[in-house]
Design a protein around this ligand. Structure first.
Ligand code: UD1
Length: 425
């Protein structure tokens, strides 16, 4: 039994703290491969994906220790392994971000080739083509990416699409390449800007991270650094959607409005009041949400990670909305679960037509991935009767005890079965 049980409760009320960004923390951890020494990362969420990245690094001989609830100490010695095994890459495909730093620093990497996942097929052709342009030789053999180089050389790389992972892998490789690298059509997510801040603190010379053109002057050596991870905009969005569904008035400590402008605009269009405060965001929702159309896009557009929450809110909104997925074709799987809860949603390829119903009805449903699972919990806040979300371990990959944080706001959400809290590494 590994499930979250949600029952209807009063409107939400109170304050909750937003943790560090999963998608930043994972890449910052991979960056510690680049230089020998001791690192401290603060505001690192206690989630199982961080634990998995810790295991990846430990496989390579690094020491990774959680020295406080939200703080990691990482030690990288003079020697470092170069293999990320299938067992870990399969559990978390973001593990492939070790390719870039291993090639840049050690000149060799052996990383399991990730397969498809719940979002459908997820190629990494842009990661590999960019690394080849930088001078790596790459072969895929027996399910592993074997990559090696005598030394990377800076060059101009234009990405076909602003891929987050490809931009990060190339950035992490190029910091130790000889000469200048320019990444054009780079992804602009705040997590990439955060990674660049950390790398610059380590001695790298990166300009333009957070824009479409990133320029990297290669350096010969980097040094360890300490860093505070930016807040998780996707976790913040989860609570804003929660208040839209359950109504009430909440404060999100640590949330940054400047990282989630378009999402805040959408929620405002749907009738939620959101105001930045000195320490985060205040949000209030009093009536039934209004339907608005949504299309996912690379940052600063509406992130695909927000979409399951938006669809959950739209399923009880007043009106009809068209939702378009422009990033991951397979990212509508959870819709069939929402339909089991009484939602009126029709999907056709990349589009979903969501006709709002007055109220959902609680049902047993299944989490198919991190954000889809969280969206099921949110839908349960609005539903009549009990909603039981199975396979809750998916949610633990990206949330540090989501039920406890929702209870802090007065919701009736409980965990049954083992919470996979990330106590280690
Ligand atoms: C990251 C996030 C994920 C988020 C996504 C988009 C992490 C750990 N994950 O995933 O939560 O949903 O950004 O904001 O940070 N593509 C290719 N070839 C490539 C690389 C990507 O075709 O080599 C395609 C993908 O299939 C997808 C699109 O580009 O259609 C965007 O993917 P990408 O930005 O790379 O997402 P991830 O880095 O995997």
């Amino acid at each position: 039994m590994d499930q979250i049980v949600v029952r209807p409760g009063p409107p939400l009320e109170g304050t909750v703290r937003v943790g560090g960004a999963k998608n930043a923390a994972l890449k910052l951890m991979a960056a510690t491969l680049l230089a020998e020494g001791d690192y401290r990362l603060r505001n690192v969420p206690a989630i199982t994906d961080v634990e998995t990245m810790g295991e990846v690094l430990m496989c390579m001989g690094l020491d990774v220790t959680r020295i406080a609830p939200d703080e990691l100490a990482i030690h990288r010695g003079p020697d470092c392994g170069v293999e990320a095994p299938y067992e870990l890459v399969e559990r978390m495909r973001a593990s492939i971000v070790v390719l870039g730093p291993l090639l840049g620093r050690v000149g060799r990497a052996r990383v399991a080739m990730p397969g498809g996942d719940d979002f459908g097929s997820r190629p990494i052709d842009m990661h590999l083509a960019g690394l080849e342009q930088l001078g790596a030789t790459i072969e895929v053999r027996h399910g592993y990416i074997e990559a090696w180089t005598d030394g990377l050389l800076g060059c101009r790389i234009t990405l076909d699409f602003p891929s987050v992972g490809a931009t990060e892998n190339l950035l992490l490789a190029a910091v130790l390449a000889k000469g200048t690298t320019v990444i054009d059509n780079a992804a602009r997510e705040p997590e990439i800007a955060d990674l660049a801040v950390f790398l610059n603190r380590m001695g790298a010379t990166i300009h333009g991270a957070g824009t479409s053109t990133i320029e990297i002057e290669g350096v010969t050596e980097l040094r360890p650094a300490d860093h505070m991870v930016i807040p998780d905009r996707v976790e913040a969005a989860t609570f804003l959607a929660a208040v839209a569904l359950a109504r009430g008035e909440i404060t999100l400590e640590g949330a940054r409005a400047d990282h989630m402008g378009m999402f805040i605009q959408k929620m405002t269009d749907m009738g939620v009041w959101i105001t930045p405060t000195s320490s985060g965001l205040w949000a209030s929702a009093q009536g039934r949400p209004r339907s608005v159309d949504v299309a996912t896009l690379p940052y600063p557009g509406i992130a695909t990670d927000y979409k399951p929450f938006l669809v959950a809110v739209l399923s009880v909104a007043d009106g009809v909305a068209i939702v378009t997925e422009n990033l991951f074709a397979g990212r509508f799987k959870y819709v069939s679960e929402l339909i089991r809860m009484g939602a009126n949603i029709r999907t056709e390829g990349h589009h979903a037509v969501v006709r709002g119903v007055a109220r959902l009805s609680g049902a047993p449903v299944r989490a198919s991935d991190i954000r889809a699972g969280a969206a099921m919990v949110l839908a349960g806040l609005n539903a009549e009767g009990e909603t039981v979300v199975a396979d809750a371990f998916h949610i633990d990959r990206g949330y540090d005890d989501l039920p406890a944080k929702l209870r802090q706001l007065g919701a009736d959400v409980t965990r049954e079965g083992p919470t996979q809290r990330a106590s280690a590494p």
